[in-house]
Ligand binder design. Structure first.
Ligand code: ATP
Ligand code: ZN
Length: 225
């Protein structure tokens, strides 16, 4: 039965943010029962329920008020925000804290054989990406017109497959780019994971839990610095 006094927090089920997100809650002293691969896991010692979902769904769950808190990459959050602005949909949320994991960057990369001197070399080319709104915002600001090719996966193989001339994808070490014969030429967006909260009425019982959690998160991050 859904208990309105328990704080619902959405985090990534499986992927690059999952273990760090769970670790953060665990370090805050929250005991989560993760035995079965279920959508919802319950904390045993605090009124907190953890919803395990795809990272792309987290900003929407918070913005639509389905959950109270979410841990998500700023890249995914900003993309959803720009998408909602373009569609004139609701998009309110509050960032409670930037976190110390999920550090990566969204970058433009081109085949190593392509000549590149500056950003104007990207004019009118086709760029494959899963982040069309972040890419458009960046290139619009630089007044570079381009064509986009939306791909939800395997973006890095698009140039080799003849689908695009360049890519705009997440990079951390650059090893994947190198393995695909690509070279990073511009950083579009620098990202960390962050903790976000929904707007609107939150009852005082939940507010107290959120405040307690925030104090502990601050302490955990400070101790890791
Ligand atoms: P899902 O199945 O949940 O949709 P996904 O495949 O879209 O997962 P992941 O690759 O697990 O996503 O990445 C999740 C988030 O982790 C990214 O949106 C980004 O914020 C961050 N991230 C991506 N690459 C790295 C990296 N190399 N190091 C740290 N964080 C990263
Ligand atoms: Zn995703």
């Amino acid at each position: 039965m859904f208990d309105n006094n328990r704080v619902r927090i959405a985090m990534q089920k499986t992927g690059r943010l999952s273990s760090d997100s769970i670790k953060l809650l665990t370090c805050c002293g929250i005991k989560i029962n993760l035995k079965q691969q279920k959508l919802i896991a319950f904390a045993e010692n605090m009124p907190i329920d953890v919803m395990l979902v795809r990272d792309d769904d987290i900003p929407g769950l918070v913005m639509d008020g389905v959950v109270d808190l979410g841990i998500v990459g700023e890249n995914v959050l900003e993309e959803e925000l720009l998408k909602r602005i373009s569609q004139k949909s609701e998009y309110s949320y509050i960032t409670l804290r930037r976190l110390d994991f999920g550090i990566c960057r969204l970058s433009l990369a081109i085949p190593v054989s392509t000549i590149y001197s500056d950003i104007t070399c990207l004019k009118n080319i086709r760029i494959a990406t899963s982040y069309p709104h972040l890419l458009k915002k960046y290139l619009d600001e630089k007044k570079i017109r381009f064509k986009s090719c939306m791909l939800n996966g395997s973006v890095e193989v698009a140039p080799r497959a003849g689908l695009a001339d360049a890519i705009c994808d997440l990079v951390s070490t650059g090893a994947t780019l190198e393995a695909n014969g690509l070279r990073e030429v511009q950083v579009v967006y620098r990202s960390h994971a962050c903790l976000i909260c929904r707007t609107g009425d939150i009852n005082h019982i939940k507010k107290e839990v959120i405040n307690k959690l925030m104090t502990r998160i601050k302490g955990v991050i400070k101790a890791r610095e």
